[in-house]
Write a protein that binds this ligand. Structure first.
Ligand code: AHG
Length: 338
């Protein structure tokens, strides 16, 4: 990832600090062209989608605050898939739901933490948002980075259709040493923003691209190494090629690493117990596939099908995924499916 935009910001700041008293324009106004909303408006993003993204970004700020201030322990409850919830799973889910209600733009919304779709229809409500409010929450007690993932569709008629149908945008937040928000809008690329000290998301990288080939690999679900000779061959290939291992156990930081370095592959295949893998189509894989395709990358399932072509049969359906650098993903899925 180049840092041109950040250098520009720093230059603005230096110009400001050296000439503060002679300049009539305060710094916060000088930085306005790089702000989240301004950037999206300049790129011609529809005002409703911008408004939805604004509310999601607001939820992200509250989740960030909760992570830093909140209870990282388990609550003894389970989500709709029977996975143990931590207190922050429950809180993050509520914070996003509240923001989407306030937007008055959604018909219904689906969360990884809820069994069914939640009806939130406001007067203008027509959009559908699917989200994983706190992906990687089982890592929260270890102080590794975690994230939130969102997909936005033009209406809630998503079942029995390819998941790409009506998909308008996708984004994810990384709660790490820095708080970043990566946004992709259909046909308008993938862009990264960073939360600054006054609570505003500022552009740090426009038009992120992922190169077709890679030196990094992030091999999820290595249980399949012992079960599937093809996954063993793939993993052995990465090791023999002396690729660099970059795997944290959180899909969001692992995929963000690929975007930040501009190349890489992340895999999460099926295993004998989880015949469709672990990761959810609507809450995790489709939004990330959208982000990567907008950046020139690829996201395929184990049989070589495009993730975004998958027919949605259930809000909680899972899919194996190979995502990242286009040529690498295609070559590896060829090895998995031949
Ligand atoms: P959770 O939100 O329950 O912590 O799951 C995280 C997801 C994803 O972020 C990660 O890539 C994957 O689970 C790792 O799964 P396992 O280590 O359980 O195979």
């Amino acid at each position: 990832m180049t840092l041109n935009n950040r250098f520009y910001q720093e230059k603005c700041y230096k110009d400001f600090s050296t000439s503060y008293f002679s300049l009539p324009t305060p710094y916060f106004l000088m930085s306005a062209p790089l702000s989240f909303n301004h950037f999206l408006r300049e790129r011609g993003v529809d005002s409703n989608v911008r408004s939805l993204l604004y509310h999601l970004a607001r939820g992200v700020k509250y989740i960030n605050f909760s992570i830093r201030a909140g209870n990282t322990g388990k609550v003894g409850s389970e989500n709709s898939s029977g996975e143990e919830q931590v207190a922050l799973d429950v809180l993050a889910d509520q914070l996003i739901l509240d923001e989407l209600r306030k937007s008055e733009l959604c018909d219904c919304v689906a969360s990884e933490e809820q069994v069914a779709c939640t009806d939130v229809s406001g007067p203008r409500g027509k959009y559908f948002v699917a989200y994983d409010p706190l992906d990687g929450s089982s890592l929260i007690d270890t102080n590794l980075a975690v994230g939130s993932i969102f997909g936005i569709w033009e209406n809630s008629e998503v079942l029995e259709k390819p998941v790409e149908n009506g998909m308008l945008a996708a984004c994810f937040a990384v709660y790490g040493p820095r708080i970043t928000f990566v946004i992709s809008i259909k046909g308008k690329g993938t862009h990264e923003f960073e939360l600054n000290d006054v609570g505003e998301f500022i552009l740090t990288e426009a038009d992120i691209t992922v190169a077709p080939e890679t030196k990094y690999f992030a091999p999820g679900n290595l249980r399949a190494y012992a079960q599937d000779p093809k996954y063993k061959a793939v993993t052995d290939f990465w090791l023999a090629e002396q690729r660099k291992l970059r795997y944290s156990g959180g899909m969001v930081p692992d995929l963000n690493h690929i975007l930040a370095k501009g190349n890489g592959i992340f895999s999460y295949p099926a295993d004998n117990e989880n015949t469709n893998g672990k990761l959810r189509l609507l809450f995790e894989c489709a939004p990330m596939a959208f982000v990567f395709e907008e950046a020139g990358g690829a996201a395929l399932n184990q049989a070589g099908g495009r993730i975004l072509d998958t027919i949605v049969t259930d809000y909680h359906q899972r899919t194996p995924i190979f995502i990242g650098s286009k040529k690498e993903v295609e070559d590896i899925v060829q090895m998995m499916s031949s």
